[in-house]
Design a binder for this molecule. Sequence first.
Ligand code: 2RA
Length: 324
Amino acid sequence: DGPSVAIVGATGAVGQEFLRVISSRGFPYRSLRLLASERSAGKRLPFEGQEYTVQDLAAPGAFDGVDIALFSAGGGVSRAHAPAAVASGAVVVDNSSAFRMDPEVPLVIPEVNPEAMAHVRLGKGAIVANPNCSTIICLMAATPLHRHAKVVRMVVSTYQAASGAGAAAMEELKLQTQEYAFNIFSHNAPIVENGYNEEEMKMVKETRKIWNDKDVKVTATCIRVPVMRAHAESVNLQFEKPLDEDTAREILRAAEGVTIIDDRASNRFPTPLEVSDKDDVAVGRIRQDLSQDDNKGLDIFVCGDQIRKGAALNAVQIAEMLLK
Ligand code: 2RA
């Protein structure tokens, strides 16, 4: 029972995580098709007691009979092949940036804006976009506070793991640990005309779309650090209404998908290692921003597994919403 699911990019880091998340959550599926580029076609992958042969996603009929297609093979592949999946009636949950800013395409974090996909129905071809990992991790923590006191400005500094640049970058980090180990560098995304890189602009534009607030002021600096899997983000929030840190802690304690690690006495706060392979994002260093008046500012530090909640888990949660 359940939908017929296709995974596009099945051999990549996020593709493999899709399989782990499907298995650990007991996501129901009637059949599973693993698709990838011609290069990986023919590979055999074991999953839940069966062996699957990876099929060429460009082959005719690749999406025939598919209800849900989870795409994570880069923007080019999504642009080239998502329309074929939609035409054959599948709901595409796309992890690339290809369609995120398309006004017709909902950009969804299930805990944040599930209402954005109210019109998406199984059996009717559509695309739902998964936001960028850094945006998801940031907004999981910032949104409960935003709902309470309305964020008017957000300043984000990221410390991003190699996993965000794909399985090859993780291998490279292993091989070149010495080189990376004593250094960090500006995110590898191309710099655009205004001097920001594309990763930073994703944070700005995606936040406005997800919060449905074109006026919220967002700025970001995205940095790659020698960490394997999980991202860390320092987030400074300026609110319209006062919000004291104790109330913020209570709000975050009650928030779905958020764990608080904020032990000042033993200096224990979120770390990328601690959240690796975990579903929740962890929040700590919750404190009033001294530079803002009337308790209208907070600083928080957030860590989240970018392959899990930043990509695969969020996409599978979107797919689960389609089954409800
Ligand atoms: C990164 N945007 O650079 C990627 C992850 N999706 O970390």
